[in-house]
Ligand binder design. Structure first.
Ligand SMILES: C[S@@+](CC[C@H](N)C(=O)[O-])C[C@H]1O[C@@H](n2cnc3c(N)ncnc32)[C@H](O)[C@@H]1O
Length: 215
């Protein structure tokens, strides 16, 4: 008997950004798999399996196996699963396990990038939307940084290292950059300043950066 996998976007982290569909689905599922922070957003969770960065793939593999045995499994992903989320990894593991993609449903969530755009009154369909999460090579930002559009990105390593990379590659030190940190949490912080100031500032890993367009 084949079960079902629900890949669920949980939004940027604050409970008020969870969708009703996410809440109702988790309530119904036999298992819920996610980071401790993600699972704690839900009440009435039947069986919880938590993962960290190190055992992420192993735990997702276990989730697919549970579904293949006939269980309904909710896999929680920060923001939206399709933007720097777990969607591709789960699809790849499912193919490997022979679990049919028709039995996988994706429930979208509000991406941290969407919330960053909203907080800053940005209509993001006209932006360079990029993710450098988990990537060492960030050079392709240079292909778009001066194309006249605003750039909204998930940074790779530290925000200040990314700012330094841009400075080293000739981007104007006075270019305005907005860093949106820990969006939707009580300690949310939004800082708007010059690129050179960002290069000497400390931020946590949970940031979205917005770089103004070159006029
Ligand atoms: C694995 S990616 C997941 C992105 C997620 N799928 C999304 O749509 O927001 C994790 C990165 O997303 C960004 N992020 C997630 N939640 C955030 C928040 N509440 N505030 C700012 N950035 C956040 C940070 O850059 C973090 O390192």
């Amino acid at each position: 008997m084949t079960g079902k996998i629900f890949i669920i976007g949980i939004g940027p982290g604050g409970k008020e950004y969870l969708t009703l569909k996410a809440i109702d689905t988790v309530k119904e599922c036999d298992y819920t798999v996610g980071s401790t922070r993600a699972v704690e957003l839900f009440e009435n969770v039947k069986n919880t399996i938590s993962f960290g960065v190190k055992d992420l793939v192993e735990t997702l593999k276990k989730a697919v196996e549970l579904a293949a045995e006939g269980n309904s499994v909710a896999i929680l992903s920060t923001g939206d699963p399709g933007f720097s989320g777990v969607l591709n990894t789960v699809l790849r593991l499912s193919t490997k396990e022979g679990f049919p993609h028709d039995n996988i449903e994706v429930i979208p969530g509000i991406s941290s990038l969407q919330l960053a755009a909203a907080r800053n009154h940005i209509q993001w369909d006209g932006a360079n939307v990029m993710t450098f999460h988990g990537r060492e090579n960030i050079e392709d930002i240079l292909d778009v940084i001066d194309n006249g559009k605003i750039t909204i990105a998930l940074p790779s390593r530290k925000v200040k290292d990314m700012a330094q990379f841009l400075l080293d590659n000739g981007v104007d030190a006075n270019r305005r950059v907005t860093v949106c940190e820990r969006l939707s949490y009580p300690d949310e912080k939004i800082v708007s300043t010059s690129l050179k100031n960002i290069a000497t500032s400390e931020f946590t890993y949970m940031c979205i950066i917005i770089i103004e367009s070159k006029n």
